[in-house]
Design a protein around this ligand. Structure first.
Ligand SMILES: [Zn+2]
Length: 591
C-alpha cells in the first residue's frame, strides 16, 4: 500500500509532523530529563511509565512491551488506522494534501471521504424521518416503550428508515454517482440492473468508527412479525465487522477513562444500558467477537466482562470469546463472564433492575479461570484416574495458549490440585509437547543472550543518528561486504546518501522499510539502546565500521586460503591474498 504514496512525500510529512504533538494529544506525555518524553504505555498495562518518545529521533519505544515506531506506526497501532488513513491524518495536521497524481489508495481516500459524507447525509435523513414521517408515531411509541428518552435517541443518532423501495434514490434525485456509492456502501441492493433500499421500515442504529465517521447501520424491526429481526450493513470498503464494535465511539466520547468494558450481544443492549447510566457497553455487529475486537478493547481497559444470555448460544459465544482471549492474556488483565437467566438480555434486565442492582450483579460475574474449569470438569469425576488423565488432555490446549506468566501459573496450580499431581510434574507434562511456550521461552533466552555484532552497532547507530552518514569513510563500501546484515547496511547507506540527511529522522528513515521483510528487524534495531554516551557516538560508529572491514578481511582471507588448498589460486587471487594479509599485519602490530 505504501508504494502508492511516493516515499519522498511520506518523508516530507514525517519531517513536518512532530511525533510529540501526535502522541501527546492522545496519550498525555511528560517531559523527562534529557530530551525525551514519557507516559504509561498505551499498548500494555502498566503503572510506571516506560513508554518513551524521542523528539529528535521522531520515534517511540516502550521498554515494557517493546512497542516502537514513528508517527505513522503510532496511529496505525493506537487508532487502528490503515497506512493511508494514518498518512492522511498526519497530512491534515500539517496542512499538506495527498499528492494528486498519486494512484490507488489516494483515490480511495477521496472515495472514503465521499462514502463517510454520504453515510452521514443518509443518517440525517433517517433521523428526520423519525421526527416527521407519517409512520414515525408507531416507531416512537415503540422506542418509548423500551424506555428510551429523546436524549439517548439523539446521543446514539437513532433514526427511522421508512417503508418503500426507493427512498434513498429519490433522496439523491437518482444521481448516478451517488447511486453507485450507495451500492458500494451497502445501502442499496443491486439486482438485475435495478436498485432498491436495503433497509425498509426499520429503526436505524448508525455504526461509528472510532474517528466518529458513520460506516454502517444496524436496522431493527419494530413490528413483531417483520423479518429478520436484525439487519446489518454488509462488509464494505468502510465497514469491517471483525474490526468495529458498536458503541465504542460513544463509550469513548462519554468517558475520558474507561475502567472496564461490558461486551454485550446487541445494539439495543448497548443503548438500553446507556439509558440507565451504564455507559461502557459495546457489541459486536452480527458476528462473533474477534481477536481484533478484544485487542482494541484491552488497549483502553484491562478489565472486560462478557455479558451474554444464559442459553446454549450465549454459552457458546462466551466459550468462543474465552478461546480467543487466552493467547492475549496478561497478568494485569481481569476477564469475567456473566450469564443472564434464560429469556433475559441486558436490555430487559437493566430495565427491570435499574443501574445499581445491575452493577451489583456484575460483581458476581464468573472469573475466566472459574468459567474455564467449570466447563472442563463438567461431568468429570476427579477421583477416577482415567477421568483425571482425560481432564489433563482437555486442559492442555487451553493452558498452552496462555502466555507464560502468573496467570498461567495459577491455572496450572489449579489443574494440578484437581487432578492431584505435583505442579512441577504437571508443568513438565504440559511443557513437553507445548511447542508454543517452548519457542517463546527459548526466544527470551536467545534475546537476552543476543550478541551485538559490529554490524548491529553500525546499523543501530546509523538508524538512530542518520546524520552520521557524513562521517562514513569515503573508502568504505558496504557493497563489498558479505557479513550478515550487509544488504541492510548497504541499503541504509545508499538511502541516506541520496537524501537530504539533515532532514531524515529515525522515524522517517524506517518508513522506507515498511513494506519490506526487514521492517521488523530494522525497527527493532532502531529502538535498541546501546550504552554509549552522546559524545562518543561518532567514535563508536567509526570503530564499528573499522571492525566490519577487519572482519570482512578475515572472511576473505579464510575463503582464499580454503580455495588455495582445494583448487589453487589464480595469480590475481594470490596477489589479492598477499595484500589482505599485509593490510592485516601493521594493524595488529600497532595494537
Ligand atoms: Zn508498552
Amino acid at each position: 500500500m505504501a508504494n502508492y504514496i511516493p516515499p519522498e512525500f511520506i518523508s516530507e510529512v514525517l519531517t513536518r509532523v512532530d511525533i510529540i504533538e501526535v502522541i501527546d494529544s492522545r496519550v498525555p506525555l511528560q517531559k523527562r530529563s534529557g530530551n525525551n518524553y514519557v507516559a504509561c504505555c498505551p499498548f500494555h498495562n502498566e503503572k510506571t511509565p516506560s513508554f518513551t518518545v524521542s523528539p529528535t529521533k521522531q520515534f517511540y519505544h516502550c521498554f515494557g512491551c517493546s512497542a516502537h515506531g514513528n508517527a505513522i506506526s503510532f496511529l496505525i497501532e493506537y487508532e487502528r488506522l490503515s497506512f493511508v488513513e494514518a498518512v492522511e491524518t498526519l497530512c491534515q495536521l500539517v496542512g499538506l494534501s495527498l499528492p494528486e497524481n498519486a494512484t490507488g489508495p489516494v483515490h480511495n481516500t477521496k472515495q472514503y471521504e465521499n462514502a463517510y459524507k454520504l453515510m452521514s447525509t443518509v443518517n440525517r435523513y433517517y433521523q428526520q424521518q423519525l421526527l416527521q414521517h407519517n409512520d414515525a408515531r408507531q416507531v416512537n411509541h415503540y422506542l418509548q416503550q423500551r424506555g428510551l428518552t429523546k436524549e439517548i435517541i439523539e446521543k446514539f443518532s437513532i433514526g427511522f428508515a421508512p417503508s418503500g423501495w426507493h427512498n434513498l434514490e429519490n433522496l439523491f434525485k437518482n444521481n448516478t454517482n451517488v447511486r453507485k456509492l450507495l451500492v458500494e456502501t451497502g445501502m442499496l441492493i443491486e439486482k438485475e440492473h435495478k436498485h432498491y433500499d436495503r433497509f425498509r421500515n426499520r429503526i436505524m442504529f448508525p455504526i461509528h468508527n472510532r474517528r466518529g465517521h458513520i460506516i454502517g447501520f444496524g436496522g431493527r424491526v419494530f413490528v413483531a412479525e417483520d423479518n429478520p429481526k436484525y439487519l446489518n450493513s454488509p462488509e464494505t470498503m468502510i465497514f469491517h465487522k471483525g474490526k468495529e464494535l458498536y458503541g465504542l465511539y460513544e463509550v469513548l466520547q462519554e468517558n475520558r477513562r474507561v475502567d472496564h468494558f461490558l461486551i454485550v450481544e446487541g445494539y439495543m443492549d448497548v443503548v438500553a444500558l446507556a439509558q440507565h447510566g451504564i455507559t461502557n457497553a459495546v457489541a459486536s455487529l452480527g458476528t462473533a467477537i474477534s481477536k481484533e475486537h478484544l485487542q482494541t478493547l484491552l488497549r483502553y481497559a484491562p478489565d472486560l466482562i462478557f455479558c451474554f444470555d444464559g442459553d446454549a448460544a450465549g454459552k457458546q459465544a462466551a466459550w468462543r470469546g474465552l478461546d480467543i482471549i487466552l493467547p492475549l492474556l496478561k497478568d494485569s488483565y481481569r476477564i469475567r463472564f456473566m450469564f443472564l437467566a434464560e429469556g433475559e438480555d441486558p436490555d430487559s434486565l437493566v430495565r427491570k433492575l435499574g443501574k445499581d442492582k445491575f452493577t451489583e450483579l456484575l460483581q458476581s460475574a464468573t472469573s475466566l479461570a472459574d468459567f474455564l474449569f467449570n466447563e472442563l470438569t463438567r461431568g468429570i469425576d476427579a477421583n477416577d484416574p482415567a477421568a483425571k488423565a482425560q481432564l489433563k488432555e482437555k486442559a492442555k490446549p487451553f493452558i498452552n495458549k496462555i502466555p507464560a506468566g502468573i496467570y498461567r501459573e495459577l491455572l496450572m496450580q489449579r489443574l494440578a490440585k484437581i487432578i492431584r499431581i505435583a505442579p512441577e510434574r504437571l508443568n513438565a507434562i504440559i511443557m513437553d509437547k507445548n511447542v508454543g511456550a517452548t519457542t517463546a521461552s527459548t526466544k527470551t533466552t536467545q534475546s537476552s543472550k543476543f550478541k551485538i555484532t559490529p554490524m548491529h552497532v553500525s546499523l543501530i547507530l546509523l538508524l538512530q543518528n542518520p546524520a552520521l552518514i557524513v562521517q562514513l569513510p569515503a573508502a568504505f563500501s558496504a557493497e563489498e561486504l558479505t557479513l550478515p546484515g550487509h544488504t541492510q547496511l548497504a541499503q541504509l547507506i545508499s538511502l541516506l546518501k541520496t537524501n537530504q540527511i539533515s532532514q531524515l529522522t529515525t522515524g522517517a528513515v524506517l518508513e522506507y522499510w515498511r513494506d519490506q521483510d526487514d521492517y521488523k528487524t530494522m525497527s527493532k534495531l532502531a529502538s535498541r539502546q546501546l550504552p554509549i554516551p552522546e559524545n562518543g557516538v561518532t567514535t563508536e560508529f567509526l570503530d564499528s565500521i573499522n571492525r566490519l572491514q577487519d572482519m570482512q578481511r578475515e572472511v576473505n582471507i579464510e575463503q582464499l586460503i580454503n580455495k588455495a588448498s582445494f583448487s589453487g589460486l589464480s595469480p590475481e587471487e594470490k596477489i589479492n591474498l598477499q595484500n589482505l594479509i599485509l593490510k592485516k599485519v601493521p594493524e595488529k602490530e600497532a595494537k
